[in-house]
Design a protein around this ligand. Structure first.
Ligand code: AMP
Length: 129
């Protein structure tokens, strides 16, 4: 069965889209650690990061870097943190999290955002790409 992220990539489930190219897709995390928390996903559906073939792995890192640089310009923060977890969704995704304090990286302090805030922050990141 297709992963929830494959369904998002195919447009079968809505998301706040940030970026897309032939092989990768980025969208806002729906339960963010911080405003601007973004997920970068390879369109190829593979569960674990280090099971990706080398080309897809390197491409995902390059794509994530571009998105992270845009986040840094669009969202006030000290820097953008990176994490790969995958315990919830078995489809590789890179978490890009605008950081100000260490707890922003813990995945235990979530923020709530209104729909308009998601739309606005996604647009601001897109504008910096
Ligand atoms: P993990 O697999 O542990 O790295 O966590 C999966 C992440 O995907 C979590 O931060 C969720 O909030 C996020 N997530 C799950 N479903 C969606 C969705 N439909 N849209 C955006 N983010 C999602």
């Amino acid at each position: 069965m297709a992963s929830i992220f494959t369904k998002i990539i195919k447009g079968e489930i809505p998301c706040y889209k940030v970026a897309e190219d032939d092989n990768y897709f980025a969208f806002l995390d729906i339960n963010p650690n911080a405003k601007g928390h973004t997920l970068c996903v390879p369109k190829k559906e593979v569960d674990k990061l280090f099971d990706l073939d080398e080309e897809t792995y390197n491409g995902l890192m390059a794509f994530s870097r571009k998105v992270a640089l845009a986040i840094e310009k669009a969202v006030p923060c000290n820097r953008v943190g990176v994490a790969v977890v995958g315990l919830e969704v078995p489809h590789v995704h890179v978490h890009l999290i605008p950081l100000n304090v260490m707890k922003d990286m813990t995945f235990q302090h979530k923020i709530s955002m209104a729909e308009e805030e998601f739309e606005t922050v996604a647009r601001k990141i897109r504008e910096q790409l």
